[in-house]
Design a protein around this ligand. Structure first.
Ligand SMILES: *[C@@H]1O[C@H](CO)[C@@H](O)[C@H](O)[C@H]1NC(C)=O
Ligand SMILES: *[C@@H]1O[C@H](CO)[C@@H](O)[C@H](O)[C@H]1NC(C)=O
Ligand SMILES: *[C@@H]1O[C@H](CO)[C@@H](O)[C@H](O)[C@H]1NC(C)=O
Ligand SMILES: *[C@@H]1O[C@H](CO)[C@@H](O)[C@H](O)[C@H]1NC(C)=O
Length: 576
């Protein structure tokens, strides 16, 4: 069966190659958009006509899964076709993503992205928007983790992510925590100093006054540094780059979606005569939310709905550029990096997070609401219009699909976890090749999905589930995001089993009494988890504390430090 599928896909691709030139690729990723926020996935109060147009003119994937429910790991998997744990892009601690631009971690340089493969095949490659996979390693400008090091020829966007702290008046994701640690730091410092002085007077231990003095100076210096960092958080972490240059520090949210749109349209127009790959990675609809005046107050869902509708406008504008240039041989893909962030409530109490439809939970959980994302594919020359595909697909499938369609061969020196979607797009294969999918919460294997062959059932077994707070709610509202370990979760042995084909809302865990196959299903899933775990290799953890914390010597700064890393060169540089 597998061989047959493989043969059809080989034949299909060679037929494609014989009859037409290689396709262009336009990949669109929205940040934190929920599957329930989109018209073609059932939302009838938010207006997304342009995104819906992709579904009408192509295929809608109804069981499309992110490899992780969080930005950094999810994007790592998307670009490489591999589970984030294979690249060390999965955290063991609370913090699962990069929160400081001057962190030393990032996508390892030996990982292969679809951009680097396509670039080798002669494609022009561009990333416009958010990156979030690291920046520097050893100094403030080595750019070892910069997008241009992973196969992109052109980059316009933010190397980190958009955060509440990036826009004045939107509150902070950190200040409460930072204030707490500063207070603790002062307390520890004072107590240590007092103890040292007392010990010296009493003559119990003789510490030279000079040592006490030096340590105090060092401590004050460190404290000052941390204070300066949080005081100047926005400039230090929220900046815009064009290629290797920082062009706006801090970035302005005014017309940023319009600038991303214009950059994308210009990229297509510059490269319309040669095969191109354009990855448009919106900074919205992650908080802080922002929109231009023509969208403000226009949706039925506050600022969040306005931002979704603005992104939809942008998608339409970019699609128009393809159509205007008759670039029908372009595969367009639309998705979101993870589910809507249910806990995002603004300081005034407005909902600033997305909606995941009927699905339970959201961002940062392995419930369907965290990982089941919109997935649309349009390719006028190849895909029949209006198809709906309900089988399991993964964002990791984009890597092998692009590699194969570009004419390259898949790398043989590493495990690729995705499958080529070409047979599906051509309406040839009706069964997903994903028999098992492994759902991670950071570096912890959280659940396994079994798409059982010759059966309608889609089993999903959880080894642990997040403890929602307040109890009975649909998220982790006290901590703002759900964490993956310790007292934040409840472990299940035997695992908590669901059949998603009958219970997509994950409401009714199965028991040996309600499901006759319970024991065999659990046994098979445990065996699959064991096999999968054995396929993992030990790699450096790119999200360890030492790889995520602020290292001042890695700080990108477009002015002198006395000018607080401020500049705005956006106006001086037209697109070449
Ligand atoms: C549409 O999306 C909005 C914004 O996220 C949400 O509040 C609303 O419940 C959704 N409506 C439907 C019918 O899903
Ligand atoms: C930063 O590190 C890179 C790579 O090691 C080196 O080539 C470059 O000269 C360094 N730059 C500065 C300003 O020290
Ligand atoms: C964004 O706003 C700036 C400042 O008003 C303006 O110069 C620029 O042309 C605008 N860009 C777009 C794409 O609208
Ligand atoms: C696990 O691996 C063994 C040995 O390769 C194989 O026989 C078995 O079918 C695998 N089981 C599952 C559930 O993947």
């Amino acid at each position: 069966m597998r061989f047959l599928l493989w043969m059809t896909s080989v034949l299909a691709v060679s037929v494609l190659n014989a009859t037409q030139p290689r396709p262009n690729f336009l990949l669109i990723m929205v940040d934190d958009l929920g599957i329930g926020d989109v018209g073609c996935y059932g939302n009838n109060t938010i207006r997304t006509p342009n995104i819906d147009r992709l579904a009408k003119e192509g295929v809608k994937l109804t069981q499309h899964l992110a490899a992780s429910p969080l930005c950094t790991p999810s994007r790592s998997a998307f670009l490489t076709g591999r589970y984030p744990v294979r690249s060390g892009m999965a955290s063991m601690s609370r913090i699962g993503v990069y929160i400081f631009s001057a962190a030393s971690g990032g996508l390892p340089n030996d990982e292969l992205t679809f951009a680097s493969v396509l670039k080798k095949e002669g494609y022009s490659t561009g990333l416009i928007g958010k990156w979030h996979l690291g920046l520097n390693c050893v100094n403030s400008s080595d750019h070892c983790h910069h997008p241009l090091n992973y196969g992109f020829d052109y980059f316009y966007g933010i190397p980190m992510t958009n955060l509440r702290d990036c826009i004045p008046g939107h509150g902070s994701a950190f200040i409460a925590g930072a204030a707490k640690s500063m207070k603790a730091l002062i307390q520890i410092g004072c107590i240590t100093l007092a103890t040292a002085i007392m010990l010296n007077y009493s003559g119990i231990i003789k510490i030279h006054w000079k040592v006490i003095c030096y340590v105090s100076i060092l401590f004050t210096f460190l404290f000052g540094l941390v204070f300066l960092f949080f005081w100047n958080f926005r400039n230090l972490n929220c900046f815009l780059m064009r290629n290797h240059q920082v062009i706006q520090q801090p970035f302005k949210s005014e017309n940023l979606t319009q600038r991303i749109t214009k950059e994308s349209v210009d990229f297509i127009s510059r490269h319309k005569d040669n095969p191109f790959l354009l990855f448009v990675s919106y900074t919205q609809v992650h908080t802080a939310l922002y929109v231009e005046s023509q969208f403000r107050g226009k949706s039925n869902h506050g600022l969040y709905g306005d931002a979704v509708e603005e992104v939809d406008w942008s998608v339409g504008t970019i699609l128009d550029e393809l159509d205007k240039n008759s670039l029908h041989n372009t595969l367009v893909y639309f998705t979101s990096d993870n589910g809507g962030h249910l806990e995002e409530i603004s300081s005034s109490g407005e909902v600033h997070g997305g909606w995941n439809g009927i699905y339970k939970g959201g961002k940062a959980t392995s419930w369907e609401g965290g990982i089941r994302v919109p997935g649309l594919l349009r390719w006028p020359d190849v895909i029949k219009t209006g198809m709906v595909f309900d089988e399991t697909t993964s964002q990791m499938d984009i890597f092998p699909t692009l590699v194969t369609l570009s004419g390259a061969t898949l790398p043989q020196d590493r495990i690729i976890d995705g499958y080529d979607l070409t047979p599906l797009m051509q309406g040839e294969s009706v069964k997903s090749e994903h028999e098992f999918l492994f759902h991670y919460c950071n570096a912890y294997l959280n659940a396994v999905r079994w798409n059982q062959r010759n059966s309608k059932s889609i089993w999903k077994a959880f080894f642990f589930t997040p403890n929602f707070q307040p109890e009975g709610s649909n998220g982790c509202f006290d901590t703002h995001v759900c964490f993956c370990y310790g007292s934040f979760v409840t472990h299940h042995d035997p695992p908590l089993l669901f059949d998603l084909s009958k219970d997509p809302e994950e409401k009714n865990p199965l028991t040996p009494q309600t499901e006759i196959h319970y024991y065999t299903v659990v046994k098979t899933i445990q065996q699959a988890a064991k096999n999968h775990t054995e396929s993992l290799q030990v790699v450096a953890n790119q999200l360890s504390w030492s790889n995520i914390l602020w290292k001042p010597w890695l700080q990108a700064c477009c002015s002198s430090w006395f000018d607080l890393c401020y500049c705005d060169k956006e106006k001086e540089f037209g697109v070449e």
